[in-house]
Design a protein around this ligand. Sequence first.
Ligand SMILES: [Zn+2]
Length: 347
Amino acid sequence: MRAAVLRQGQMTVRDDVDEPVPGQGEVLVQVEACGICGSDLHFVHHGAAMMEVGARMEGTPDLGRTPPDLSRDVFMGHEFCGRVLDVGPLTDGPAPDTLVTSVPIMVTATGIDDLAYTNLRPCGYSERMLLSAMLTLEVPNGLPATHAALTEPMAVGLHAVNRSGLHAGDGAVVVGCGPVGLAVIAALRLLGVAPIVASDFSPARRNLAVTMGADEVVDPRDESPFAVWSRVGGSRSMATFEAVGVPGMLDEVLRVAPAQSRIVVVGVCMQPDAITPFYGIGKELNVQFVLGYDPTEFAASLHSIAEGDIDVAPLITAQVGIGDVPRAFELLADPEEHCKILVVPSR
Ligand SMILES: [Zn+2]
């Protein structure tokens, strides 16, 4: 079958990938849609460095994951939605033809494998893939697969907001309106946080920020979002979401964020980065780093989209077939053109 894989630092289309066969506890799905994630773009260019940093890190639970070998083909695509084709032997799973999504992991006899960056089995940039039957969630309310595929990135925003400690009536500044910042804005809006001030250099992204629920948007070349905040938010309790993830950004946020506020770091900066601790000390700032989501947040995200509480349609700027994945990865470099590109294998 067909799949787009990472080979020698480039996305490559293969037509000779072995058909996955569901074993016990697994279901085979036809991938209906899979979003291209910014982390995937980053992994293509900086995969080796990302794995090196990960390998140095201590204190994380050992889940028995096998890190990908970059000298072999790496399967990617972790924002997927698929239709069940077959259920493995002795497996209690969703009936064939059910539309499902899942957190991008597989529970196996030896531990947990990820369905994000792996040599072991096809992920979402493939015609078909396996899922753990016990982790599948049925897509409710006739929600189209193209919208259900946004469950994963929207869950990232929900998790960041849950970790922020904000309540309805508090305010927020969101720095950076890429897919992650936009997911944060949607989750803030749903919680009843207001005002939401969002900043981005790109007019297209600022427009999307308004669509997703930002009250004020600003081009940081014209004015600091914190200047806007002090006008519209005043002394209200607030948090800042750093959703850019480039060196220097965290230090700048520390420098200008209101005293006693919380900064949620949701942008992924992979390089070492200097900060000025005294900004944080002098204002007693609280810095919270976040990653991913838990399964209940993933399910809540699917529910919010299916109930119409979050409209993800404006975020989808293109749909491409598997053959166009390499080109789509190049297109996503331009923030003015695209937000979320979906891979739709039937195209
Ligand atoms: Zn992602």
